[in-house]
Write a protein that binds this ligand. Structure first.
Ligand SMILES: [Zn+2]
Length: 336
């Protein structure tokens, strides 16, 4: 009996995986046609170079890419690696979602969210643009998801203005407001300090959407994870750009900033060994150094007129997917 259910599970996994591959293939097309400004429902796929229609047998997810060795059959133009990567990722995440949440309405809702997040990632990585059609509908869908408590996360009700709501719905409203407010405020601070908007409008909408889906607690986690992920990817690129522009002032400011961060750890060490005065002076020094170096970096950024900002959407997507799958773990950080 046990073996039978295992076989059944593997069988279902394959079916879900194949559906995911096919949908991934569709998402590639949606993203590219959105970027090209074309109607994405009608019309068959063409090779962008020779404009020949692509036969169905050359359009099988992943397999066709491997059989054609990544080249158009007619003209030999290279096919972007984006196609098989998105297809494989979609297939894998479909399997993960179904195996984690079962064949439920929750899974269906999450798959809708995931599909839009994948398209958002492609368009933001390629053109630094998030289309409203992918992001705005996620806000009402996420709110509906929590209004009807489809995720089965509600532990009680709250009365607001005399009307009783699920606690998760209230949390979703706060999360959406938090998401949009955070990026709108930071964006304006960026404008003030560095002379350009730090984030696009797309980031605010995506922030609101993720808040609407996951509530304010997980939204805080999403913001933290997305900033960490952005730092890991962004700092090497920013440093490389400073190096390329021969901006030694900024490079030294960057070194000082890291030195200041290292100092805070030293400061923490002294608090543990019971020397609060030394600890406080070290922390004060590191804060001053960090503040000074950030000031220099921002000043130089404004002077260089460098538009080196990275798309933030992919980091938000990574964070959103992480809290989707590990919500219980992240929620355990909150005391109530
Ligand atoms: Zn071709």
């Amino acid at each position: 009996m046990e073996i039978l259910t295992l076989v059944q599970k593997i069988y279902l996994g394959f079916i879900v995986g194949f559906i995911g591959l096919a949908i991934g293939s569709f998402l590639n097309v949606v993203a590219l046609r959105l970027l090209a400004g074309k109607d994405f429902v009608k019309g068959r796929s063409k090779c962008p170079k020779c404009e020949n229609l692509i036969a169905w047998y050359d359009n099988i997810p992943v397999l066709s890419y491997i059989l054609l060795r990544g080249k158009c059959r007619k003209c030999g133009e290279k096919i972007s690696l984006q196609y098989p990567i998105v297809e494989l990722f979609t297939g894998a995440i479909f399997i993960a979602t179904v195996s984690m949440f079962g064949f439920t309405l929750k899974t269906l809702f999450f798959l809708v969210l995931i599909c839009n997040l994948i398209v958002i990632t492609i368009t933001d990585l390629k053109e630094k643009y998030i289309f409203d059609i992918n992001s705005i509908p996620l806000i009402p869908i996420g709110l509906a998801y929590n209004f009807f408590d489809i995720g089965n996360n509600s532990v009680g009700t709250l009365k607001v203005l005399g009307i009783t709501f699920n606690d998760v719905f209230i949390s979703a409203i706060i999360g959406a407001v938090l998401g949009v407010a955070f990026f709108e405020i930071l964006s304006r601070i960026g404008l003030l300090l560095a002379g350009e908007y730090a984030f696009g409008a797309g980031d605010s909408i995506l922030g609101a959407a993720l808040g609407a889906w996951f509530g304010w607690k997980l939204m805080i986690i999403i913001l933290i994870i997305s900033f960490l992920s952005q730092l890991v990817v962004g700092i090497p690129i920013i440093v490389y750009n400073m190096y390329k522009a021969k901006d030694h002032e900024s490079l030294w400011a960057m070194v000082t900033l890291f030195f200041a961060l290292g100092l805070t750890f030293l400061g923490r060490y002294f608090t543990y060994t019971g020397r609060p005065f030394i600890a406080l002076s070290i922390i004060f020094l590191s804060l001053a150094l960090a503040g000074g170096s950030i000031f220099v970096i921002l000043k130089r950024t404004r002077e260089r007129q460098s538009h080196t900002f990275l798309p933030f959407g992919p980091s938000l997507v990574i964070a959103g997917l992480l809290v989707m799958f590990f919500s219980e773990y992240f929620l355990s950080y909150f005391p109530y």
